[in-house]
Design a protein around this ligand. Structure first.
Ligand code: SAM
Length: 347
């Protein structure tokens, strides 16, 4: 196990069988070792600096019905909301004043949000904040829509592939959705020039070690600029309400594997990880993550964007809690970087 970890550290890759062993047999001692190696690599590339992104959850209306998601179409108990353009701009203004230089617009896949409307919101933010990065996380769209978003001024796009295994994909999503289309989207995004993020939920129902190996290999080939890894957490009104959450250990292991394979990638320590366990945010950073995404959404709407139960959105998770976040980061030897934090390819 130790030699596998050392080779992954040196060579940034392992054979599928070796990845399988690492994922199956990594005990607590070796988890500590791989977390330390990943931390060392992150520090070599980014120092002790953690980039922050202001997350604006622009709406929870969604025409998709993903079995894991708390804002899925079939959930009749969700109080739906949609932020208008002026409210989104207010969130950006508040974030900019706090020092944020990346705004992440995330939301359900909402038919009201046409290509036209989204492009208009992007163009308005771009005009008012020329030096800020605009990241979108608005799901699967047509090639033309992605092109228009890019030309309107968006720079980055987050779209987790969720799983690269077709049978597993079908366990997580209804027949109306397809893995092929999700992968087409990711190819489009890269080709168009977005800094592109993908990733998975760790411990999603039905996920096997072999599935994880497939995910790692897919991500190795795609070479995304951002990699989003967080535990699956159940939501009480979904078909997966009774399913167990992903574990802290497996999430930290995967974070470290991705850091060792992609030394300069932007890897968030996610809200889901912070929700799973009180020190989750810090544990993710100590396993090689280098980004956090505090919540900039209007406080009165935050609880409606409940992808899973007990989702953290206040305190150090909140944009207005930046000082608290800084204090928590300082306690583990890190500090907030207020820059845009663009991806920098290896020199
Ligand atoms: N609709 C867009 C999309 O599909 O990319 C953006 C919003 S979607 C809610 C953002 C991410 O939330 C998904 O990619 C998924 O991985 C994550 N998510 C949804 N339900 C979750 C759950 N129960 N536990 C953990 N993560 C979840």
């Amino acid at each position: 196990m130790r030699s596998l970890i050392e080779r992954l550290y040196r060579e940034h890759t392992l054979a599928p069988d070796e990845l399988r062993s690492l994922l199956s047999d990594c005990d607590a001692t070796h988890l500590e070792l791989i977390n330390a190696k990943a931390r060392e690599v992150a520090q070599a590339h980014f120092g002790n600096r953690i980039f922050i992104r202001g997350l604006i959850e622009i709406g929870n209306c969604c025409h998709n019905d993903c079995y894991y998601c708390g804002i899925r179409r079939s959930d009749r108990n969700v109080e739906r909301y949609r932020l208008d353009k002026e409210t989104i701009l207010e969130c950006c203004r508040e974030g900019y004043a706090l020092g944020f230089r990346t705004f992440v617009l995330q939301g359900g896949e909402d038919n009201y949000l046409t290509t036209e409307r989204i492009s208009d919101i992007i163009a308005t933010i771009r005009q008012e904040f020329p030096d800020a990065a605009i990241t979108l996380s608005l799901g699967e769209k047509s090639t033309e829509a992605y092109e228009r978003f890019f030309h309107a001024g968006a720079n980055r796009y987050l779209l987790r592939h969720e799983t690269h295994n077709p049978a597993h994909y079908l366990k997580l999503h209804p027949q109306s959705m397809s893995l092929g289309n999700r992968l087409r989207c990711l190819d489009d995004l890269k080709r168009i020039g977005f800094q592109t993020g993908t990733g998975i939920m760790v411990g999603s129902p039905g996920q096997t070690v072999d599935n994880l190996v497939e995910d790692i290999i897919y991500i190795e080939k795609l070479r995304p600029e951002m990699i989003g890894i967080g535990p699956f957490l159940p939501h009480h009104d979904t078909p997966f309400a009774q399913m167990p959450a992903g574990t802290l250990e497996q999430t930290l292991l995967l974070l470290s594997i991705f850091r060792l394979m992609h030394p300069n990638a932007l890897i968030p320590s996610t809200t889901a990880l912070a929700t799973l366990t009180p020190e989750g945010r810090e544990r993710g950073i100590l396993a090689g993550a280098n980004v956090v995404m505090p919540n900039l959404s209007p406080v009165d709407q935050r609880s409606k964007y409940a992808l899973y139960d007990n989702k953290a959105s206040m305190g150090a998770e909140a944009a207005e809690g930046l000082r608290l976040l800084q204090e928590r980061l300082e306690r583990i030897g890190y500090t907030i970087d207020m820059g845009r934090g663009d991806y920098r390819p290896e020199a």
